[in-house]
Ligand binder design. Structure first.
Ligand SMILES: Nc1ncnc2c1ncn2[C@@H]1O[C@H](COP(=O)(O)OP(=O)(O)O)[C@@H](O)[C@H]1O
Ligand SMILES: O=P(O)(O)O[C@H]1O[C@H](CO)[C@@H](O[C@H]2O[C@H](CO)[C@@H](O)[C@H](O)[C@H]2O)[C@H](O)[C@H]1O
Length: 450
């Protein structure tokens, strides 16, 4: 693989001391930082790559893989590793003021402004150019499946995200993974497999970059005339409009993606003993969640009873690769009414190996049922009937394509919906505390009503 110019020109540890005070203040405030609520006790650099020289006439671009030390990590587990793209300039133009992280006080970068590089069109454009020309730069490897057009104007996508995204010329979108782990990211692995299998429901990656075994970013076609399912659902609620036709076609699209995943990647049968393992795993996640969010504690007995019922479920059936974090915000509806499914990363808080494990497809169905509940609960007044009708229509559409109705095994579906609600409680407590009542209302319903 050809080596290109500008890679690490300084020993990584020479850079870190001067960046540490800036990062201590800036990192915990980032939407994508997964360690919120826990102290940051230090940093170690996995890699530092100068994609543009830091001491040149123009802006420098420093790519870091940074391990963030925080207390409370299980023994033997490495600290979380984050991907940073830092712009470095002697003078920061006013238009980049909001991107400022801080000004370096000491060391080789003393006096320079360090800022979020993705917000600098010159630096974002360089990243796209590197994706257009496959090859290596230091530890970074860039791949492309096709020739890409040149000079597309970049813009940062200002959306609710666990990562960061850049849109290029409204033709492509680059998702930059922020918390990175060794191993193929499902958000590259699955859309690539689906694209090769000819599944039209998922935008197929056209380029990506990685370091070692860790996927760092994926470029895919940008569906410019699409709107995400979450916004569409809220608009329907606000207008008092029925959403069952959209929900039904979304159920059909979900089933199409599941069938394509089962065909493209190996499918396993889940034996009864493993079904009980599912209930035990749900119990384990509930115990950890209740430690993190004590408001769950009163509901633990009722929630465990829901999981126990799933443990006896006959119908866990086959398991396969699934989306893993399916909700309305992971769907896009084009102007032609066709649904696309995006973001196959899985639940960001889960370890990568767990997110890559084959699961019953009902986990995805349960995630989407939770999303209709979420949408209805964020609308005032709460429209329970709207959510119930969408949930039924979604399952009907799913059954029309999959040939099996997810409601056939109500105890398994209820257990997965409950497991998802438990995950959402922890997610909202960490990222959006004022949203916490939404999943907690589901916890109350699922734990107390038969
Ligand atoms: N291929 C695409 N076309 C159009 N918009 C997209 C595409 N992929 C993602 N988006 C938009 O970007 C947002 C964030 O993408 P997503 O993959 O969900 O990132 P994250 O995992 O960081 O939340 C989505 O909600 C959607 O609005
Ligand atoms: O989209 P991500 O991959 O970042 O998923 C995480 O964030 C989601 C919120 O952006 C969160 O989804 C929860 O809120 C949604 C409304 O904002 C709702 O539609 C989902 O049903 C609900 O789970 C998701 O859980 C989290 O993993």
């Amino acid at each position: 693989m050809p080596e290109t110019a500008a890679s690490t020109t300084r020993a990584p540890d020479a850079l870190l001391p001067s960046l540490t005070p800036l990062l201590h203040e800036w990192l915990p405030r980032q939407r994508w930082f997964a360690g919120k609520g826990r102290r940051v006790t230090g940093f170690t650099l996995e890699a530092a790559t100068e994609l543009l020289p830091l001491d040149g006439p123009g802006p420098g671009l420093l790519h870091l893989l940074l391990r963030v030390e925080q207390p409370g990590r299980p023994a033997g587990e490495p600290a979380d590793c984050y991907q940073l793209l830092l712009g470095v300039r002697t003078q920061l133009p006013p238009r980049l003021g909001p991107a400022l992280i801080g000004r370096v006080r000491q060391g080789p970068l003393a006096g320079r402004a360090v800022y979020e590089g993705l917000r600098d069109p010159r630096l974002a454009g360089l990243l796209y150019e590197r994706l257009r020309t496959p090859g290596r730069t230091g530890p970074l490897r860039f791949h492309a499946t096709r020739a890409l057009p040149g000079a597309l104007a970049p813009r940062v996508l200002d959306a609710e995200q666990s990562n960061s995204s850049l849109v290029f010329g409204d033709a492509y979108i680059l998702k930059i993974f922020r918390r990175v782990s060794p191993g193929a990211n499902p958000d590259l692995e699955l859309p690539l497999a689906l694209g090769q299998a000819g599944c039209a429901r998922v935008p197929a990656p056209v380029a990506w970059f990685e370091s070692g075994a860790a996927t760092l970013g994926v470029l895919q076609p940008y569906l410019r005339d699409s709107r995400d399912g979450w916004r569409l659902a809220l608009d329907a609620l606000a207008a008092g409009r029925d959403f069952t036709a959209e929900a039904r076609s979304l159920g059909r699209a979900t089933a199409e993606v599941h069938l394509a995943l089962a065909a493209a990647l190996p499918t396993l049968r889940l034996e009864r003993a493993e079904t009980e393992g599912l209930a035990a795993a749900m119990d384990r996640r509930l115990h950890a969640a209740a430690q993190a969010v004590p408001a769950l504690l009163p509901y633990v007995p009722g929630l465990r009873a829901v999981f126990a019922a799933a443990g006896d479920a006959e119908g866990a059936g086959a398991v396969q690769r699934i989306h893993g974090d399916l909700h309305l915000g992971q769907t896009l509806r084009g102007s032609d009414g066709a649904w696309a499914v995006i973001d196959f990363e899985g639940e960001p808080a889960k370890p990568l190996d767990e997110r890559r494990r084959p699961q019953p497809t009902v986990r995805d169905v349960a995630g989407m049922l939770r999303s209709f509940d979420y949408a209805a609960r964020t609308h005032r007044p709460w429209n329970a009937d709207w959510a119930a009708r969408c949930r039924a229509a979604y399952c009907t559409g799913y059954a029309e394509v999959a040939g099996a109705d997810p409601r056939t095994d109500p105890s398994l579906l209820r257990a997965y919906e409950t497991d998802k609600a438990v995950y959402e409680v922890v997610y909202e407590a960490r990222h959006r505390p004022d949203w916490l009542p939404v999943p907690m209302s589901a916890i109350h319903r699922l734990a107390t009503t038969p």
